[in-house]
Design a protein around this ligand. Structure first.
Ligand SMILES: [Cu+2]
Length: 254
């Protein structure tokens, strides 16, 4: 069955998704997946870069380049576990601007995380110091999708305000790169990032991360995935998937 990743706003399998998360938490699979992300070690400069070098803010240029392909493989690893339990499941993507911060479907799904410290809904003004406003808007997302040009500055931009902004807006474990996947919204957030990448890829068919040698291997799945063969989401065999349409933008009543 073809895998379609739907908007969280229209996803019809939330109860089953929730149950699958519970099961993965109970049998230890969920923790094993989180541990892959948390697999950091100390480098000679005293900083923690992460063994897998999949974030720019920790691993520099290589990290910025690996960010998207590495997380694509990571999402697939998680989606496989979901589908081992129920093969009608897929990862709903967090349709930021249609959701507007309501966390439709996922508000009560915490996985290994104990709490969130979420910011304001879209359209809500900051009234108290340190309140975090909603992080996304349709114009920025559209600009990212339509941008044509080099992969590197574009990916770097995506990793920053939108990706990082979402992590921080959710708060709790999501704001801690060591354990952010404890919170299942991690997968939905990254599926949205991955969806934006796939739209951008259609607009930039000849552009991809310039990675060679070991840098191009997406460990620990490097016997299956590398920077080349993970580019086309429709050509991943059993793991192939596509994205369902985004939904109308949430307009909060003032
Ligand atoms: Cu992330």
């Amino acid at each position: 069955m073809a895998i379609i990743r739907e908007s969280n706003v229209t996803y019809s399998k939330w109860p089953e998704f929730r149950q699958a998360i519970n099961q993965l938490v109970k049998n230890g699979t969920y923790k094993n997946l989180v541990d892959i992300h948390a697999n950091m070690s100390m480098f000679p400069d005293g900083l923690r870069h992460g063994v897998h070098r999949m974030h720019g803010n920790m691993a520099g240029i290589v990290g910025y380049r690996r960010f998207l392909p590495w997380h694509r493989a990571y999402l697939i690893a998680f989606e496989r576990e979901l589908r081992n339990i129920d093969n009608t499941l897929s990862i709903p993507y967090w349709d930021w601007d249609a959701d507007g911060g309501r966390l439709i479907g996922i508000s009560g799904v915490l996985g290994l995380s104990s709490q969130r410290d979420i910011g304001l809904l879209a359209g809500q003004p900051v009234t108290v110091p340190n309140q975090r406003p909603w992080f996304s808007n349709p114009a920025t997302v559209q600009m990212m999708e339509r941008y044509t040009g080099d992969y590197y500055p574009w990916s770097r931009e995506l990793e920053g305000p939108l990706h990082g902004g979402g992590h921080n807006w959710v708060g709790g474990d999501m704001a801690n790169p060591m354990i952010s996947p404890n919170d299942p919204i991690f997968w939905c957030h990254h599926a949205q990032i991955d969806r934006i990448w796939s739209v951008w890829q259609n607009n930039n068919p000849n552009e991809k991360a310039y990675l060679t040698g070991a840098e191009a291997l997406l460990d620990p799945w490097d016997t299956e995935y590398n920077n080349d063969n993970i580019q086309d989401i429709s050509a991943l065999g059993q793991d192939s998937y596509s994205y369902g349409p985004t939904q109308p933008v949430f307009n909060p009543t003032p």
